[in-house]
Design a binder for this molecule. Structure first.
Ligand code: MG
Length: 371
């Protein structure tokens, strides 16, 4: 330390991965899964350790080990932007989106936690907190669930005070529209008249079907239609945005500000995922770009991870309190905050983001072979 400024060189970056089975097989409109893999990076400098993670695949751990660790090691721990650029440059020939950006994201989050720990401050304060709590919405309602299972989930969201709730539609690539709409009507009954209804089709519909479904969702009072068509169909998103009353949203696959820029004009709210878009560094950059276009940001999944950075952007709409990650984060980490009155309190009583790895609580998890 020099005058309170961290000048320690980064001594090492370590990585591990844990694959945790879900309670039961799950599905949305376009994917089925039965496990989640958390890739965990730790950054070491000046006797402190920073912790970061992404939800990805073991290949992201191999990227950290084989392509990022050496690039970052030896650099000053306070130079996060320099580390980010160095990692990005090192992966040029691999492609810097998808799994590679998941890996960069995990390291970036670890570096922010490390810097806050070296400074001895809460991470939310270092990032520039502008609120005391971040609003969340309940998210789950997988197409694989029965009405009874959805009822139990909605009850949990009510108990947490969620004022907005989101379910998956677009079942079987948009082939089950009647069931999609029945489930939305069921959600309205379960949620009550005052809850904001949201749906996510995960790109399951084609343009015409998405417009027809969207018009019926408008009649049902749905205000959020996420990925009605593929996020790659930016023109389709923009057309639906113009045709429908509900907000059209996307952004969970954004990897950098160039990706985010493509969605400007096509969405009513930009979704960003710090575990996929370059960590807290990438999230802040893309959120600033959104603010410059009068767009609000909603954080995608990983609620505990997003808490400190969501607290630091003025144009936040909410954070997704995603059922799989709400179950997983307390298994992976110690220190995950509870949700009360539909919001997560910002942590100002802990140095860094306040989370520590709790791998002893991971039943059935498979670790990463570091060789
Ligand atoms: Mg989504």
């Amino acid at each position: 330390m020099d005058g309170g400024r961290p000048t320690a060189p980064i001594a090492a970056i370590a990585v591990d991965a844990f694959t945790i089975p879900t309670d039961a097989p799950e599905s949305d409109g376009t994917l089925e899964w039965d496990a989640t893999t958390a890739v965990v990076a730790t950054a070491h400098a000046g006797g402190q350790t920073g912790l970061g993670w992404t939800y990805s695949t073991g290949a992201a751990a191999a990227i950290v080990r084989d392509h990022l660790a050496a690039v970052v090691s030896g650099r000053e721990a306070d130079d996060i932007a320099g580390c980010w650029s160095a990692m990005h440059r090192a992966c040029r020939n691999l492609g810097t989106r998808g799994v590679v950006m998941h890996a960069i994201s995990a390291v970036d989050v670890a570096l922010w936690d490390l810097k806050a720990r070296l400074l001895g401050v809460p991470l939310a304060r270092l990032l520039g907190r502008c609120r005391h709590a971040v609003p969340v919405y309940g998210s789950g309602g997988f197409t694989s669930m029965s009405d009874e299972q959805l009822g139990a989930q909605v009850e949990g969201w009510h108990k947490a005070g969620c004022r907005a709730m989101k379910i998956k539609i677009g079942e079987d690539w948009g082939r089950c529209v009647d069931r999609d709409l029945d489930r939305v009507a069921t959600l309205r009954k379960l949620a009550g008249p005052s809850v904001t209804l949201m749906v996510d089709a995960n790109g399951g519909y084609e343009r015409g079907e998405a417009r027809r479904v969207g018009e019926l969702l408008d009649e049902l009072g749905v205000v959020w239609f996420e990925e009605p068509v593929s996020s790659d169909d930016v023109t389709g998103l923009a057309g639906l945005r113009a045709a429908l009353r509900c907000d059209v949203t996307a952004g969970e696959y954004v990897a950098d500000i160039a990706d985010a820029r493509l969605l400007v004009g096509a969405v009513d709210c930009l979704q960003l995922d710090a575990t996929r878009c370059g960590g807290y560094t990438g999230f802040l950059r893309a959120a600033a770009l959104a603010a410059g276009h009068q767009l609000a940001v909603s954080a995608h999944c990983a609620p505990a991870l997003h808490l400190p950075v969501a607290a630091a952007i003025p144009n936040l709409r909410h954070v997704e309190w995603f059922a799989d990650h709400v179950r997983l984060e307390p298994m992976l980490l110690d220190g995950v905050p509870d949700v009360h009155d539909g919001a997560m309190p910002v942590r100002l009583d802990e140095i860094g983001h306040g989370y520590r790895l709790a791998d002893t609580k991971l039943p059935g998890a498979k670790g990463f072979d570091p060789r």
